[in-house]
Design a protein around this ligand. Structure first.
Ligand code: GDD
Length: 384
């Protein structure tokens, strides 16, 4: 099979990070989001991937060359002249001969974090022989943040697909209950379709997967669902990105503990303690008497000095946190630094190359790239 990833636009909701890099290249658990999708596709036997992008595609080129070599696959960047929506890119890819016409193809939204099992999705799709199969997941109170609520028969056949018009405000997956109540299910943003789907999309225009294609397929009994077993999160906003990151690290600690750097880590100095799931790049340095975790990732080249407290946070490449500072529930962008005795919390996001002085308090600040912060920011706000 082949795979199409809906990379979409600039990811404005992840600003200020997306002022420096497209969303797909933001590191999630020390690995660009895009790489998580490509690895999942490769595991399912995909060797040709199409990235549907509606901004300047050349930013991605270096990464794509590296991934092509690493996985021995072909990656095509398909740029749209104007946004084609969530299904229009399928028609364009077909027109350019990128999807083939013999095998089903995967489609993935680029802002979901989950435990992909694309092989099972493929097997189920082949078994029922209809046009589409979507992954569904159960979230707490789907109506509240309301996106696609689906009604599925116990067989997995979707009776009705409803896309609510409201903004998606994030939804953590709740622990599994024995029976899936159909009203709790939402579209997880991961699909597989039979090649003949493209016959319905011949006109190249903006087409919505959720408002047009999926409801239509459901009404014709051509749409099946597969319930996602593991964690799932939409990560398009900082708070959800952090929550999805925590779920991802907890998942890693269950299934691939060797990828986590825990208490045994050689970089950890005397008196430093690790709690819960913590991912530290090999090239990062962590000083003595720190308390790190849970749900922390520390990127390449980071330096964390002594006595630092880190919890539920992400340090991207080359971040420096000086002694006795605390970083909670926040994302520190590439090349940024934090002075001594500073406290950062409340879903603060520092853009690239932001420098925060010593003895500062930041609560929920979104700080644009290249800023110097010399005064505390005690209420959530954007620092331009
Ligand atoms: N190439 C391209 N062109 N990609 C697009 C376009 C476009 O015009 N518009 C959106 N995308 C991409 C986005 O970047 C994202 O990866 C994906 O398509 C879905 O985008 P949104 O339209 O922002 O939807 P959403 O995230 O609010 O909701 C979607 O995902 C939910 C699960 O996370 C829907 O599919 C929901 O039904 C679903 O529940």
């Amino acid at each position: 099979p082949k795979g199409l990833i809906l990379v979409g636009g600039l990811g404005t909701q992840l600003r200020p990070l997306t002022l420096s890099k497209p969303k797909a290249l933001i590191e999630f658990g020390n690995k660009p989001l895009l790489l998580h999708f490509i690895e999942a596709l490769v595991r399912a036997g995909v060797n040709e991937v199409v990235l549907a992008i509606n901004y300047r595609a050349e930013i991605m080129r270096g990464f794509l060359d590296e991934y092509q070599d690493r996985f021995g696959i072909q990656i095509t960047c398909m740029q749209e002249d104007e946004p084609l929506g969530t299904a229009g890119p399928i028609a364009l890819a077909h027109e350019r001969g990128l999807l083939g016409d013999s095998e089903p193809f995967f489609v993935i939204n680029c802002d979901v974090a989950c435990d992909f099992n694309l092989r099972s999705l493929y097997t189920l799709h082949k078994a029922h022989g209809k046009l589409g199969t979507i992954m569904v997941t159960r979230v707490d109170q789907p109506a509240k943040y309301g996106k696609s609520v689906v009604q599925a028969h116990t067989t997995g056949l979707i009776e009705r697909f409803v896309e609510h018009g409201r903004t998606f405000a994030g939804a953590a997956r709740v622990p599994a209950r024995p029976l899936l109540a159909p009203r709790d299910l939402i579209n997880a943003g991961v699909y597989i379709f039979s090649p003949s789907l493209v016959e319905r999309l011949r006109v190249v225009r903006a087409v919505s997967m959720e408002r047009e294609v999926l409801p239509q397929l459901a009404s014709e009994q051509q749409l099946y669902s597969m319930a996602l077993e593991g964690y799932w999160m939409n990560v398009k906003q900082p708070r959800d990105f952090l929550q999805g990151h925590a779920l991802y690290l907890q998942y890693l600690s269950r299934v691939a503990a060797d990828q986590l750097t825990g208490a045994a880590c050689s970089q950890l100095h005397g008196g430093t303690e690790v709690q819960g799931s913590v991912l530290v790049d090999k090239s990062a340095q962590i000083g003595a008497n720190c308390l790190i975790g849970p749900d922390v990732s520390v990127g390449p080249g980071c330096v964390v000095e002594e006595g630092v407290r880190l919890a539920r946070c992400i340090l991207l490449r080359n971040v420096r946190v000086a002694a006795h500072s605390t970083v909670l529930d926040s994302i520190l962008g590439w090349e940024s630094s934090v002075g001594c005795w500073t406290r950062i919390e409340g879903v603060t996001v520092l853009g690239e190359d932001v420098h925060v002085g010593g003895e500062i308090f930041i609560n929920g600040g979104l700080v644009l790239p290249h800023k110097r912060i010399k005064e505390s920011i005690s209420e959530p706000q954007i620092i331009l």
